[in-house]
Design a protein. Structure first.
Lengths: 245, 245
DNA sequence: CGGTCACTTGATCGTCTTCAATACCAGTGG
DNA sequence: CCACTGGTATTGAAGACGATCAAGTGACCG
């Protein structure tokens, strides 16, 4: 399921010298708010880290000593209850900025799905960076605002949608993922397991599976294999997702 | 249910002259990021508006032409589905800043609960204000981050908690409302209806009512009248809210 | 007093969960 | 090559929790 990384996960010596100048995640992240001339400062404020698939690199409740900027791979964010119930609050990819909790401890955990690379900013270093580059703060506010809108959409899904509507909404959102002003894909891969999907849309694995097979037998989607989805009838799917049955 | 406003809703002539200098909501909002000397500019960038109880002053899907800063009263934010299903995404009070959707349309609706007063900033005016006062952008980012944390907590509630856990969590959150670094109240008023609570925690009016009476008969809370709550056994309530039954 | 509105309480129903069995697939080693 | 293993997904049957439908209560107000 986890595709091989397109570039090796070990550090490239050139990157140690001028890491940010060569970072292919820069345009997709907050870092594009920093002018080229100041990239050295950006690099000095952060350190590069990695997380293997299945590894937790942020733990809910621990001291929030740093912020993370994902530069490769994907991760899931989640909250746990003492008895093990889990709510995944989001899947994040390249360019995503983590740790914006203003409290002194992390409000969620983060676990790598693929091999993940990130830039780690200590709190004080990020603060001085933000003081010197207000444009970066602007970008962060944009990102946070977008996340807030997504969170509200997810609350509607969790609080008021049926199983069928949840799965349809989820699939359509996945089809749009990473695309900006572009036609969503008809076919796409689900990088996460059924269990992850279930904990994201607030249901059980079994109901996810049943709902998917029902959508297939209704001719709305195809499931060539467990990890791939083809949307056959997008208009109908969108109607379902919005509750227009 | 809606208490009389402590001050009349009509405009005070002095406020027209130096509205922000006399604003008693300033310390609780983003506006405290603007130095005293520049309050005139702040006042010129915004216009004061009001919304009577039950009035919708932001409508989901309409062009997001302005931002709002609540200076008096309380409101509920919600999203609707075509068939009328509603999810309340939050209750907001004095100092809350609304409209941070980066999209060109509002992502939610806002309806006044009490008589509401707000300062309205047009998009371009707020933008120049933020350009001139980076500290204000900092404050906005703080607020947005806090909201994001609250949204994640709410997702856990909506996706994974039982009816009893939801109501307990909701009541405890209400008891903490508006308090910073202070003991939560044992007794407090619920300004919203059972219907609002239901649409906030993703259940029906009937289940809210039943769950409340069950909590009362268990001796955990008292309900002197429909709008007031007394928490009799806070530790037990907190255990329930966290799922430690 | 009759009216409305919000809330409460009861009985029944349905959707999703739970429990359980089976299928599937990749990797490993005989 | 094939049996074995562990993880993941699918499918079935039974059960529970909350929703729905319906009736009743109480407060407020003209």
């Amino acid at each position: 399921m986890n595709a091989l990384p397109t570039r090796p996960l070990v550090l490239d010596p050139r990157e140690a010298v001028e890491p940010c100048a060569r970072c292919d995640a820069r345009e997709r992240s907050v870092c594009n708010a920093i002018p080229e001339a100041d990239l050295r400062r950006l690099g000095e404020a952060s350190s590069i880290g990695t997380a293997a698939p299945g590894t937790t690199f942020i733990s809910e409740g621990e001291p929030a000593s740093a912020f993370f900027n994902i530069t490769r791979g994907a991760a899931k964010l989640y909250k746990l209850m003492p008895d093990g119930r889990r709510q995944i609050t989001g899947f994040v990819g390249v360019g995503h900025f983590l740790g914006l909790a203003v409290s002194d401890t992390y409000a969620f955990s983060a676990e790598a799905i693929d091999p993940v690379r990130y830039c780690r900013f200590s709190r004080p270093k990020l603060r001085t960076l933000l003081d010197d580059f207000p444009a970066m703060e602007k970008r962060l506010l944009q990102l946070a605002s977008n996340e807030l809108v997504a969170a509200q959409e997810q609350m509607l899904l969790l609080g008021r949608k049926t199983a069928r509507e949840r799965v349809a909404s989820f699939l359509l959102a996945q089809a749009r993922l990473g695309l900006v002003c572009q036609m969503p894909r008809a076919r796409f891969a689900l990088p996460m397991t059924r269990g992850d999907i279930a904990d994201y849309v607030g249901m059980t694995i079994e109901t996810i599976s049943r709902t998917l097979t029902k959508l297939r037998s209704d001719g709305l989607i195809d499931i060539p294999n467990a990890n791939d989805i083809v949307i056959l009838n997008r208009p109908a799917m969108e109607r379902i997702a919005e509750g227009m049955n």
